[in-house]
Design a protein around this ligand. Structure first.
Ligand code: SF4
Ligand code: SF4
Length: 404
């Protein structure tokens, strides 16, 4: 291993390789920066226990494009390694791992997006959310007027389908949602193929499904469910605005994640009620779809409000400042979905139901449309990166000089 004094000290300029890092000729400037800081970290290893990035790093001496993409998506941007680093700015080594990872992470969403031309939407993700929201609201407000002649009406006892027919909504949202799932699936499959352990001869020859992939998948699900790597490696949490640790980022992520899943569960249960049991909306406040949706909605208020609060207070050295629009746009959209959902629930028996139904459906449509081209992708790509990590760590370490 190289001594630290032999390491390339400063970030590369432009896209040219200066020869200080091997096997990087095809790397972009941002990918070269990951390779540079990882070579310094590989010699230092102070942060080895912080997260999955460092054990994955110790299996490599050089970092090719696929490695930088894998490591970038393993990083949870918890900030721990920046606040612990003796080589962080203003040191001449200028090691800022979370920023290097964040820049390449966003680029992976863009490069693997499907269709490829839509990847450009990540460059202006905040604007993409704003346009999708404007389009979604305009669409449903215009449709409500076109179908009903007005937005304010006599109370309809919460009967949404008097405004928009059930089959119309079911077909429209199914098509958009299935498109979003397809686009995300194609993107993450492309990502997986590039960094896949299947190109690793060890895995093809040695690994059996029962010894590696199944336990790795189970551990990855557990990592995602717990958001394990938002614990900072010691369980005390992330660094936010300073050197103090806090678990609030993990807690607000949990509210958001489980809120989203509960809202999805409410939609699934309502679909089963409609098609299997012949029970049609509106459902009582005490019904399972409304209870699940309300609990999910509470999670999608607390989580996004908390994440926005933390985001606004974060140390500016964390992550990539160019991504504030993507982060905050997604957080605000989730918050709008939950708030308009509650407004609709509370006003569904009044003459304002059509107005609030159109507003709520417009925000949900914007969310669905931007799922494959915004911050939502980070959960999918990070889960894939964790699976790769958990498979890889069950394989022999061919370097034999460190590990997890
Ligand atoms: S981030 Fe800094 S302290 Fe941590 S391993 Fe890298 S060089 Fe060492
Ligand atoms: S910011 Fe956190 S998750 Fe990312 S590499 Fe550093 S310690 Fe790991």
């Amino acid at each position: 291993m190289q001594p630290l004094t032999d390491m390339p000290m400063s970030a590369p300029e432009g896209g040219a390789c200066d020869g200080g890092i091997s096997l990087v000729s095809a790397l972009t400037a941002d990918e070269q920066e990951i390779a540079r800081v990882m070579q310094i970290c590989n010699a230092c290893r102070y942060c080895e226990g912080f997260c999955a990035v460092f054990p994955a790093m110790t299996r490599r001496l050089t970092f090719d494009k696929a490695d930088t993409h894998h490591l970038a998506n393993l990083c949870h941007n918890c900030g721990a390694c920046l606040h612990a680093c003796q080589y962080a700015p203003p040191h001449e080594f200028a090691v800022n791992v979370p920023r290097a990872m964040a820049k390449v992470r966003k680029r992976t969403y863009q490069d693997y997006a499907w269709p490829a031309s839509f990847g450009r939407l990540y460059q202006r993700a905040g604007l993409t959310v704003a346009l999708a929201l404007a389009g979604g609201l305009a669409l449903f407000l215009v449709l409500a007027v076109a179908m009903n002649g007005k937005l304010v009406h006599e109370p309809l006892a919460g009967n949404f389908y008097a405004i928009f027919p059930h089959n119309f909504l079911a077909v429209l949202f199914s098509v958009v949602f299935l498109y979003a799932i397809l686009a995300l699936a194609v993107g993450v499959i492309r990502f997986w193929r590039e960094m896949s352990p299947s190109k690793d001869a060890d895995l093809r020859d040695v690994a059996s499904i029962s010894q590696t992939r199944l336990p790795a998948a189970a551990e990855s699900i557990s990592d995602v469910a717990q958001l394990r790597y938002l614990g900072g490696g010691h369980g005390d949490g992330c660094n936010e605005e300073d050197d103090r640790f806090t678990l609030w980022r993990r807690r607000f992520h949990h509210f958001t994640l489980y809120g989203f899943l509960l809202c999805f569960a409410a939609t699934c249960v309502a679909t089963l009620y409609h098609y299997l049991l012949g029970l049609h909306a509106p459902y009582r406040f005490s019904s399972l779809p409304v209870i699940l949706g309300s609990l999910g909605g509470i999670g999608l208020v607390i989580g996004p409000v908390g994440l926005l609060w933390l985001n606004l207070r974060r140390d500016p050295q964390h992550g990539d400042p160019d991504q504030h629009g993507m982060d905050r746009g997604f957080i605000l959209l989730l918050l709008l979905v939950s708030l308009t959902g509650f407004a609709l629930l509370l006003l569904r028996d009044t003459g304002f139901m059509a107005l609030w139904l159109a507003i709520h459906l417009g925000t949900v449509m914007a969310l669905f449309l931007t799922l494959p081209y915004g911050k939502f992708a980070h959960g999918i790509f990070r889960s894939a990166a964790l699976l790769k990590f958990n498979i890889e760590k069950r394989m022999p370490n061919r370097l034999g000089i460190g590990g997890e």
